[in-house]
Every structure is written in structure tokens, then in C-alpha cells.
Design a binder for this molecule. Structure first.
Ligand code: XLS
Ligand code: NI
Ligand code: NI
Length: 480
């Protein structure tokens, strides 16, 4: 007995030691600054995720965290395959560049393949890991910023050359697969040159630099077969109006976006251009505050035919709306182009970018998507990060599986809601007074105030029916 225990003690120690040895070779944090490897090689032996097999649909009774319980890619729901409703995408920046750092704490993630450098070789190795990840997850779209996939060089030309090298590899890895970018974008917020903004910077040199960066990012997105291109104006806003010429900055932004439209046409890029509204963070006020603000901006500057919106759920709540509100605002104006699928925390007031796991919220999101007839050529981009405390490689998979399953469950709930029909009937009844002759006249813009006054006199005090809010909520709850 004693002997056995000693043996066990030693074998544990050995496993412990070998784990320490194995991990000590690759324990550099996944951040941009650290330099604990030499970054000279993109070599990697074997798989990046050796312990993980392709994730399969096992149905709602499965207890396997690495399986889909609700997302069954090939299954048809409401006349479309689930994969075609969803068009899921992995966000390179969160999944492969997320470090777990927060304003108070150092990075927590030490992915085995990271060597702690921001070299081109490291970028290549990381890109390979990303493609294996997508393959095992069963997701065939991805989103990227130019600077997450390739490091800055000393000059713009050198930076572009770095990017070209990584894009060539991504192209090669895409070959023979159906993987392509859902969208690409330029990172116009990290570098100090963008501290006053990019297209709304007070410095003309920065405006030009940003234009050059977007030009290149559009070219590479097009080259990889990207279906959309996103503008998120992280620093397009202000910190104080006292030093800001808002009119001039907005005019500059419009000219910048128009130039992007012109360039898109010039290079034959057929992807949709998307604006991603957000009210603030990092600026105190971002110009694309919410969907309605962005729509007004498009109309003022004649851009409404050229742009759609990428609605992010956490941005919606930061602007004081629900995600459903933002989606509906975009949808009814013909602007719903893509969704950055994430959610905030009800107790935290910033962009926590968590994976969406609330079934009720997912059902409302999917209601808008179904009403929109889908999102194509847009989709769902998981602009969501692992929590700081989730540090196992398998957590990367679990987080995506959980987010995908939640939305899939939302879609199934919407199908139930539609099949049941009572919510639509409740809404129809609520407005049925407008199905009258005078209602039709109003809706056709043919009822003037004199006509309406005559009706009001004739009818006397109008009868007002119940709004049936609790009943609507009860019906909604019944499908969750
Ligand atoms: C940040 C944004 C960003 C965009 C892409 O809050 O969501 O991640 O989606 O630049
Ligand atoms: Ni986003
Ligand atoms: Ni965001």
C-alpha cells in the first residue's frame, strides 16, 4: 500500500515536471509587447489542438461540452439550412490576439503556440492555428483587422509587405476549403497616431495615413474573397467639444467614406460596406452613436445606398437600447447587414464582449434576422472574447460552441413562435383599426387634417383596446 502511494507520488511528480517542461518552452503571453521567444520561426510540430476532434452535432441531450446541442448546420429550419441562417464567423482579434489583460491586470493567456513576439513568423504560426481552429469548429468564415494578423513594420511600405506575406499564407490555407473572410477591416485605433481619430483627426497626415491603410485593407479583403468590409470608428468622435470642430470632422468622415466607396468600385470589390455603430469607448462620444444616428448621417451625406450596418449587441446596450431595438431600426430602414454577436454584462458599463448565452436575447436577435430574410452576404461574427479567467485552449472551443448553440436555439424558438402564430395575430389585431377605409387613406398619405377632424367629430371619444403586453410576453416565454 505504502509502496503504491510512493509510486503514485513519483508518477504525479513526473507528470507535473513534464508539464512544467513542456509548458516552459511556450509560456510567453499572447500580447503584443512581450519578447520572450525569438520569433524567428513559424515551425510547429503536429496539430495546434491535438486533444480536440471536429465538433459534431450531438443533440440537446448530450453532455459533451465539445459538441453542438442545438446547432445542426445542415438541418433546415424555416426554409433554410441553419448554417445559411447563421453564417458564423470567428473574430481573429479576440480568439487569437485576446490576451485576457484588463486595465488592472496583465495577460492571463499563454497559448502553447505563442512565442511572445509580434514577428511575421509568429503571425504565420498563429494563422495556421486559426485555420485548424475553424476547421475543427466547423465554421467557414473569419473576420480580421489588418494589424491583428500581421505586425507593423518601420514604414507603411514595410507594414504592407508584412501584411502581404500573411495574406499570401491565408490565401494558401483557404485554398481547397470553403473558408473566406466574412469581413475585413483596418485597425485605426491602437497606434498613437490615431489618438485624435483617423478620418476625423485634426491632422491631415493622419487622415492620409488612415486612407492608405483602408485602401490596403480593402484590397486584401477583396483578394481573400471577403464578403463585406467594416468601418468601426473607435476613435472617430471626441473627448471634449471645446477643442472640436464637429461639423468639420463629420464632413471629413463623409468624404473619407465616399472615397472608400469610389475605391471599392475601382477595384471591383463587390462586398458590402458596413458601419458599426457604438456610442462611446474609447472616445467619450463616437459619431456613429447608434443605428438611427448612422442612418441620419448616411442620409445627410448621400451614402444610404452604399452602406449598411453591422450591429453589435454590446454596443446596442451601451447606447441605451436593446440589441433587438438596434436590429429592428436597421432592418426597417433596409440597413441590417451583419451582426457582431456578443453581449454585455448587466452590471458592468463597458464593452465586455462576452459570448451571447442568454436564450431570450438570442431569440429576439433571431426574430430580427428571420424578418430580414437572413443576413447574407453578412453573418454573425463572434466579436466576443474569452473571460480573463478562461485560460485552457479548450475554452476557445467551448465559448464558440456555447455562443453558436445559443443563437441556434434562438432560431428554433423563432420557428416555434411563427408556427404558433399567436404573437403575429396579437400584433395584427392591435393595428386592425388602420385596416379601415380611413386608415388606408392615412397610410396612403391622403387624409388631411380637415378630413380627420370631421371623423373625430363624427366618432366622438375613440375606443381604445388593451395593449396586451403581458399576453405578448407570455407567448414569447412559452417558446423559450
Ligand atoms: C469594438 C468593435 C470592434 C469592431 C472591429 O468595440 O466591436 O471590435 O468590431 O473593429
Ligand atoms: Ni464589433
Ligand atoms: Ni465592440
Amino acid at each position: 500500500m505504502k509502496e503504491k502511494r510512493i509510486l503514485l507520488f513519483f508518477s504525479c511528480l513526473c507528470v507535473g515536471i513534464s508539464l512544467v517542461i513542456a509548458s516552459s518552452q511556450h509560456t510567453c503571453p499572447a500580447n503584443l509587447e512581450a519578447k520572450c521567444g525569438d520569433g524567428s520561426t513559424d515551425d510547429w510540430e503536429g496539430e495546434f489542438f491535438p486533444g480536440i476532434k471536429k465538433i459534431k452535432y450531438e443533440g440537446p441531450t448530450s453532455k459533451n461540452p465539445l459538441s453542438y446541442k442545438w446547432y445542426n448546420a445542415e438541418e433546415e429550419i424555416l426554409g433554410k439550412k441553419m448554417k445559411d441562417w447563421m453564417r458564423f464567423s470567428v473574430a481573429f482579434w479576440h480568439t487569437f490576439r485576446g490576451t485576457g489583460a484588463d486595465p488592472f491586470g496583465a495577460p492571463t493567456k499563454s497559448w502553447p503556440w505563442e512565442d511572445g513576439t509580434n514577428s511575421v513568423a509568429m503571425a504565420k504560426r498563429r494563422m495556421r492555428a486559426h485555420f485548424e481552429f475553424m476547421d475543427k469548429l466547423g465554421v467557414n468564415r473569419w473576420c480580421f483587422h489588418d494589424r491583428d494578423i500581421a505586425p507593423d513594420g518601420k514604414t507603411l511600405a514595410e507594414t504592407n509587405a508584412n501584411l502581404d506575406e500573411i495574406i499570401a499564407l491565408a490565401k494558401e490555407l483557404q485554398e481547397g476549403t470553403d473558408i473566406k473572410p466574412l469581413w475585413g477591416t483596418a485597425q485605426l485605433f491602437l497606434h498613437p497616431r490615431y489618438m485624435h481619430g483617423a478620418a476625423t483627426s485634426s491632422e491631415v497626415g493622419v487622415y492620409a495615413y488612415a486612407a492608405a491603410q483602408v485602401k490596403k485593407a480593402m484590397e486584401v479583403t477583396n483578394y481573400l474573397g471577403g464578403e463585406n468590409y467594416v468601418f468601426w470608428g473607435g476613435r472617430e468622435g471626441y473627448q471634449t467639444l471645446l477643442n472640436t470642430d464637429m461639423q468639420r470632422e463629420l464632413d471629413h468622415l463623409a468624404k473619407f467614406l465616399q472615397a472608400a466607396v469610389d475605391y471599392k468600385k475601382k477595384i471591383g470589390f463587390n462586398g458590402t460596406l458596413l458601419i458599426e455603430p457604438k456610442p462611446q469607448e474609447p472616445t467619450k462620444h463616437q459619431y456613429d452613436w447608434d443605428a438611427a444616428t448612422a442612418f441620419a448621417f448616411f442620409q445627410k451625406y448621400g451614402l444610404q445606398e452604399e452602406f449598411k450596418l453591422n450591429i453589435e449587441c454590446n454596443h446596442a446596450t451601451l447606447s441605451g437600447h436593446s440589441c433587438h431595438h438596434e436590429l429592428e431600426t436597421a432592418r426597417i430602414n433596409g440597413l441590417l447587414g451583419n451582426i457582431d454577436a456578443n453581449t454585455g454584462d448587466p452590471q458592468i458599463g463597458w464593452d465586455t464582449d462576452q459570448f451571447l448565452t442568454d436564450i431570450a436575447e438570442a431569440t429576439l436577435v433571431m426574430l430580427s434576422v428571420v424578418r430580414n430574410g437572413g443576413l447574407a452576404p453578412g453573418g454573425f461574427n463572434f466579436d466576443a472574447k474569452l473571460r480573463r479567467e478562461s485560460t485552457d485552449v479548450e475554452d476557445m472551443f467551448i465559448a464558440h460552441v456555447s455562443g453558436m448553440d445559443t443563437l441556434a436555439r434562438g432560431l428554433r424558438n423563432v420557428a416555434k413562435l411563427i408556427e404558433d402564430g399567436s404573437l403575429a395575430e396579437l400584433v395584427r389585431k392591435r393595428y386592425q383599426s388602420f385596416d379601415s377605409e380611413i386608415g388606408a387613406q392615412i397610410e396612403a398619405g391622403k387624409a388631411d387634417f380637415e378630413t380627420l377632424e370631421k371623423k373625430a367629430m363624427e366618432w366622438g371619444e375613440p375606443s381604445v383596446a388593451s395593449g396586451k403586453q403581458e399576453l405578448a410576453e407570455m407567448i414569447f416565454q412559452s417558446v423559450l
